[in-house]
Design a protein around this ligand. Structure first.
Ligand code: HEC
Length: 349
């Protein structure tokens, strides 16, 4: 059975053993080369379970084991379900290493099947981490599939091409987030992935953890605020407080706030987000007054307002200021406000 103290003891023991017998300290160790010495271990013993998600026979994506991918630098830095797995210079606090040196009977040992790594292999992993976990030029997989580019319909194709062009432009001179900032953001519990492969822009969502997510979680994203371009907070427990942080995410193109506790006061913080293309306020208490804060968002293309307090009158006003905007006040797209709006009561209750 798993108990923390037993695991700690076996980790400590294994650490001592590897320190004494495998790498007796003979002065300065040679620098480990990630690509040639560490990557082959991960590839042959870890990728099978911690690589790109494969499809089931039904075509559904299989989840990556432990929510952890090890086939890209970004993925490794992001860690898995249990948080980060790598603390550069500190192998003892890097589960990427400690999991490999557990007792071979320990249920937590990695690889989860087959023979344990050899002491030479675990030694390489440890040394590489102790030396600062330098990936060299290796990036590996940079993540994020492109949304539906291959799914037939032309409009989808054009949409995604347009999106990619936009993200290329927004990300052009942007530095990648610092390792430390990324690790800090990981504490938000969000799933953080590159918005498109190789881009420093990030997509963040909280899928399947929505009811645990509050303003404190969003605050943790402040360390990468300039890199976030897509943020999904639908059905979370955030309030107007979070919108203060979100209002500083200057490269945000897509924001989903559906069914949250936000109000007009929060929406007011969004007015600096001029790159915003898509905004979902469905199921919030936003009113016509809140909409007025959006009139500065000249790039906004889609605005979702089902089940809000917004009326035809409010959308008409916004529409005159943002003629290129498509406002979805009701799920039925064929009854978008046409200008008369008479005799149609929006509010049910
Ligand atoms: C046969 C499948 C399999 C292989 C191969 C495998 N793992 Fe895992 N790994 C798992 C499963 C399942 C979990 C989640 C359950 C758990 O935490 O024990 C996991 C979890 C982990 C975690 C914890 C992630 C988190 O955030 O909680 C780490 C670290 C890890 N693996 C490292 C490795 C390393 C390093 C290798 C290669 C040396 C490896 N694994 C190979 C199946 C595998």
């Amino acid at each position: 059975m798993f108990t923390p103290s037993r695991t700690n003891t076996s980790v400590a023991l294994a650490l001592m053993l590897s320190a004494f017998f495998v790498f007796p300290d003979r002065g300065r160790a040679q620098k480990i080369d990630f690509r040639n010495q560490v990557l082959p271990i991960l590839k042959s013993r870890c990728f099978e379970c911690h690589g790109a998600p494969t499809k089931t026979s039904a075509g559904r994506k299989k989840r990556v084991k432990g929510g952890l991918r090890l086939d890209g630098k970004g993925w490794i830095l992001l860690g898995g379900d249990g948080g980060k797995v790598l603390s550069p210079q500190d192998a003892k606090r890097s589960s990427l290493y400690t999991r490999t040196v557990l007792d071979r009977e320990d249920p937590d040992i990695m690889p989860a099947k087959g023979k344990p790594l050899s002491s030479k292999e675990t030694g390489l992993l440890r040394q590489w981490i102790e030396q600062g976990a330098d990936f060299g030029a290796w990036k590996g997989d940079t993540g994020a599939e492109i949304p539906k580019a291959s799914s037939g319909k032309n409009s989808t194709k054009n949409d995604s091409r347009e999106l990619i062009q936009l993200l290329d432009k927004l990300g052009a001179k942007l530095p990648f987030p610092e390792q430390k900032a990324l690790i800090g953001a990981r504490d938000s519990m969000g799933r953080i992935v590159p918005a498109i492969p190789g881009s420093p822009l990030l997509r963040v969502d909280f899928i399947s953890k929505e009811n645990k997510i509050q303003d404190v979680n969003v605050e943790k994203l402040a360390s990468v605020k300039g890199n976030i371009t897509q943020l999904g907070l639908g059905r979370t427990r955030i309030t107007d407080e979070s919108l203060k942080v979100i209002g500083k995410m200057s490269r945000l193109t897509r924001l989903d706030l559906n069914n949250t506790e936000i109000s007009d006061a929060g929406v007011a913080h969004l007015s600096p987000l001029t790159e915003l293309r898509y905004l979902n306020l469905y199921g919030t208490s936003v009113t016509n007054q809140g909409l007025s804060a959006l009139s500065s968002l000249s790039n906004l293309r889609s605005l979702y307002l089902f089940e809000t307090q917004v009326t035809d009158e409010g959308t008409k006003q916004l529409q005159t200021k943002l003629p290129g905007l498509k406002i979805h006040l009701k799920p039925d797209l064929s009854s978008l406000p046409t200008g008369d709006g008479q005799g149609r009561r929006r509010r049910r209750r």
